[in-house]
Design a binder for this molecule. Structure first.
Ligand code: SF4
Length: 435
């Protein structure tokens, strides 16, 4: 039996404003000239008809396929869905509406290049988180490197990645920046930039001793933590630095008072501390931690050290907190979370982790090239956000990738406004002033 014999009606080129009460199956070419999904008006009537929406999702999986089985799947899906309305367009439309052939014949007759475009149409909604992407510190660091390259020409050496983002680092390499992990790699008298994550005093001294023209693009909010470390150490405190071992920022901060600082990475670490319970103790944190994780560690420290002191203002920066808050809120209405950012970006990893912990599958990706079709199967609403070091270009490219494959609506969701900015490093300001 042809699977189409159980179809209630065939509608060419979308449903228009027609009133559909049953399940809907839509076939067609994504992004083609013809609408391949129920038009927006009729789709919006979906919520009044839960069965319809549910059906669209259930059928989405077997039909959203690009291999030869799609034909068999269409047959199975339709025969399980009596009285559905089949919406078609393009080549599919022609064959179904005019010939009423069997599914096998139908699919055999479709241009093989078009078979890849066959899918069940369903609107994917993107909730575009705001704030997302570049923070004030990253903006400042990127502008600084841009300006330094313009003023001094290439090469400009950069100690560690200017910010933890592959796209940004690769584009600076093309402009003549040379990223190094040791000052031994930098020829004497060269121009050197310290990245947004900050460096230890030892590294600054080494740069001086090699007569390097050093420009410091450390984020002022990282510098704030350095100054707190110096102050507490001078006052005789043992400082617990809550952070991730090996992170550039942690290495730089620990370097301010290595003899007074102890790294605490987990709640379990607190019990292992060999500092007496009545010691003079303070804590500081890395700027890009998970607020929830840090609070758990701080609570454990307070339990053990009743005289624990802390800086007057949070070390976890405004950008980290705002991006996490946006994910926490928007996740409640999302089926999937895409975080744009690099794997070595701490704040981006925390966004992915937060979505995951909220029960929403989450992926941290550098850009559209990392996307996988199967992530979108059965998904209606996608939260898209970006870590503080990820440029808007990669967000736009990822949304374009989704739009190429699905009818897509993008809804910006503003959780908090941000209008923070930091001045360029003093040396660069002086340079531009003297021009
Ligand atoms: S994430 Fe926060 S601390 Fe890091 S560069 Fe941005 S503003 Fe500065």
């Amino acid at each position: 039996m042809s699977p189409f014999s159980c179809v209630n009606r065939v509608s060419e080129g979308g449903l228009g404003r027609s009133n559909v009460s049953g399940p809907v199956v839509s076939l067609g070419r994504v992004g083609g000239d013809f609408p391949v999904v129920p038009s927006r008006d009729s789709w919006r009537s979906g919520p009044q008809n839960p069965l319809w929406r549910r059906r669209m999702r259930v059928l989405g999986k077997p039909l959203d396929s690009t291999n030869g089985e799609i034909f068999a799947n269409i047959g199975v899906s339709l025969s399980k869905t009596p009285q559905c309305c089949l919406v078609t367009s393009g080549a599919v439309n022609y064959h179904i509406a005019r010939t009423q052939r069997s599914s096998t014949e139908l699919l055999d007759s479709i241009d093989p290049r078009r078979q890849n475009y066959l899918r069940l149409g369903a609107i994917v909604k993107i909730l575009l988180a705001s704030p997302r992407g570049f923070c004030a510190g990253v903006n400042m660091a990127i502008e600084s490197l841009d300006l330094t390259l313009r003023e001094f020409g290439s090469p400009v050496y950069v100690y560690h990645e200017i910010v933890h983002n592959r796209y940004v680092v690769e584009s600076f390499k093309k402009k003549g920046a040379v990223f190094v992990d040791s000052l031994d790699e930098v020829p004497r008298d060269s121009v050197l930039m310290f990245s947004a994550h900050g460096v230890s005093p030892e590294t600054r001294e080494l740069a001086k001793s090699r007569n390097l023209n050093a420009i410091d693009a450390t984020c002022p909010l990282v510098t704030k933590v350095h100054l707190e470390a110096v102050k507490y150490a001078r006052e005789g405190y043992t400082i617990f630095l809550i952070g991730h071992e090996g992170h550039d920022e942690v290495i730089g901060t620990m370097g301010e008072a290595p003899e007074a600082m102890i790294l605490v990475e987990t709640v379990e670490d607190v019990a292992k501390l060999e500092v007496p319970n009545d010691a003079k103790v303070a804590y500081l944190t890395q700027t890009t931690l998970s607020v929830d994780d840090a609070n758990k560690i701080i609570a454990k420290l307070r339990e053990r050290y009743t005289n624990l002191v802390n800086p007057p203002k949070d070390d976890i920066c405004y950008a980290t907190q705002n991006r996490q808050e946006a994910v926490r809120v928007i996740c409640q209405n999302s089926d999937l979370c895409l975080v744009l950012g690099s794997q070595n970006s701490s704040n981006s990893q925390r966004l992915r982790q937060l979505a995951d912990e909220s029960g929403v599958p989450a992926y941290l990706i550098d850009g559209a090239a990392d996307m996988k079709e199967e992530w979108l199967e059965g998904v209606e609403t996608i939260l898209v956000t970006a870590g503080a070091s990820a440029p808007e270009t990669v967000v736009e490219e990822t949304i374009a990738w989704i739009k190429e494959r699905h009818e897509t609506e993008v809804e910006p969701v503003m959780i908090r406004e941000e209008n923070v900015s930091f001045p360029l490093p003093k040396k660069l300001r002086q340079l531009t002033k003297s021009k």
